[in-house]
Design a binder for this molecule. Sequence first.
Ligand SMILES: Nc1nc2c(ncn2[C@@H]2O[C@H](COP(=O)(O)OP(=O)(O)OP(=O)(O)O)[C@@H](O)[C@H]2O)c(=O)[nH]1
Length: 498
Amino acid sequence: MWLSRAVPVRYLGSYQRLQKPPWMKYPVAYYSDFSEKKGKVAPLQETRMRDRFTLYARGGEGGSGCSSVRRSRTDRYGKPDGGNGGRGGDVILECTHAVWDFSGLQPHVKGGKAGYGTSKNRIGNRGEDKVLQVPIGTVIHLQEGEIPSQIENDSPKGLDPWDLPGTLVDPATEENLDVEEEEEVMPESVQVSDDEELVSRHLSTPKEGNFDFEEDGGDIDEVRYNVAELTEEGQRILIARGGEGGLGSVCATRYVRGTKFAKSTTIRKSILMTMEEDPDADDDDQHSSIKSGSLGSEAVLILELKSIADVGLVGMPNAGKSTLLGALSRAKPRVGHYAFTTLRPNLGNVNYEDFSMTVADIPGLIKGAHQNRGLGHNFLRHIERTKVLAYVVDLASGLDGCRGITPWQQLYDLVMELEYHEEGLSDRSSLIVANKIDENGAEERLEELERRVKGVKIYPVCAVLEEGVPELKDGLKMLVNGDGEGSERLKLENICVD
Ligand SMILES: Nc1nc2c(ncn2[C@@H]2O[C@H](COP(=O)(O)OP(=O)(O)OP(=O)(O)O)[C@@H](O)[C@H]2O)c(=O)[nH]1
C-alpha cells in the first residue's frame, strides 16, 4: 500500500514516534496517484520556497505646499512665505545575500507620505523610502507601471537636497534665485522648457535604467518580461517613485500662466487669492493644482528568482544530491533517507586554489513533474542560468528486489522533464554522477549504464564516503572552464531504455 502513497513531510514526526517509517523499507516513493490525492500534495508543496512573487508598489504621496502670507505694517498685501511640500518616499528593491527567497515580502508596499510645507518657507519632510530586500538573482517582469530605474550607489553628498530624506534646507529659494539670475541671459525657448520642468516635477516619470526591455508601447496590457535583474550584492533599483511635493506660495507666486516669474505685487496678490479661494480646483487651474502634492507612481511587478550557479545538480529524489553537495563543498544541506528532503535549492561553493565555482542542489525531480507531481518543476528555473548540468543517479535504485527506477530510466525521465520545463534546457555541458557505488550490485549497474548511455562522461561516486569526489570536482571544473570537451550533452537519443 505504501508503494503508491505520497508521504507528506509534515507528518514525519508523528510517524517516527508511532512506527517504523515506510520509506525505510522502500527508499523511493512513487507518486502515481497524486492527481487523485490532492489533499496530500498540498502540504508538501506549501513548504516550498517563495521564488515567484507579485508585488504591488506605490510611491508615497507628495506633501502639499503651504499657502501662507507674511504681512507687516509696512506691507499691506504681505509676502508669500509658504514652503513647498516634501517629496513622497520611493519604493526600492535591494539585492542582498541575506535573504533566500521572497517569503519576507509583503504583497502591497507603499512609500512614506511626505510632510506638508509650512510657513516661513519651510519645505515638508521627504517621505520615508521603503527598501525591500530581495535575493541575488531576482528577475523583474513588469505587469503595470514604469520601467524600474537603477540607483547608483553614489555618496549622498552629491545629491540634490530634494532627494535627501528629512532635509529642511529650502532648495526652492536657491533654485529660483538661480533661474532668476539666468533669466536675462537664457533664450525664451529654454525658459519655457524650464518652466515646464517645474510643473512636470509634479507628474514626474521615472527615468529608464540601463536594462534590456521591450519597446514602450503606450498602454501596458501584457507583462513585459525581464525588464530588470538584480545580480550583485547592494544593487538597488527604484520601482515606484514618490510623488512630488506641491508648490508653496513662495514658488507658486512666481508661476503665472503664460508669463514667466511674475514679480509685481498685484499678480502675486491675485495668485494668492486664487490659491486660498479654490485650493482643490481641477488641473485647468494651474495655480491651485500645483499646490497639492502629487501621487506616487504605481507598479505591479512579478519577481522571479533564478539562482545563479555554475553547476546544477539534478536528479530523482533520494539520489544523493544533497549528500554530494556536502561532499563537494562546505554546504550543509539537509540529508534524509526519504524522498523530498530538499524543498528548495541549496547553494555551495567548491573552492580550488585559483578557482571557485557555485553548485546548486535542486530539489528532486520525478517523472510527471511538469504536471505538478512531486514538487512540480517550477524550481527548474534555478538551473536556467547554470553552465553545467550534473545528472545525479542512484545506482542502487531497484536493486535487491525493491521497486525502483533504473539509472538509465532516471536519466531519460530527467532529460524529458527539463525539456518539458523549457525547450533546450538540457542542451548544455553535462556529466553523469553515478552515486551509491558502494551498494551491492552497483558495479554491475555502472557497467550497464556505461553501455546504455553515450556521449557524456560518467563519474562513479560514493557521496557518503566522498569516494570519487576529487575526480568529479576536476570534471566539473573542466566543464565550467569550458576546457576540453565542453560540448558534451546528454541527449535522449543517446540513452537506451527498454
Ligand atoms: N549507500 C549510500 N547512500 C547514500 C549515498 N549518498 C547518499 N546516500 C543516502 O541517500 C539518502 C538520500 O540522500 P540525499 O542527499 O538526501 O538525497 P537527495 O537527492 O538530496 O534527496 P531529495 O532531497 O529527496 O532530493 C540518504 O539517506 C543518504 O545517506 C552513497 O553514496 N551511498
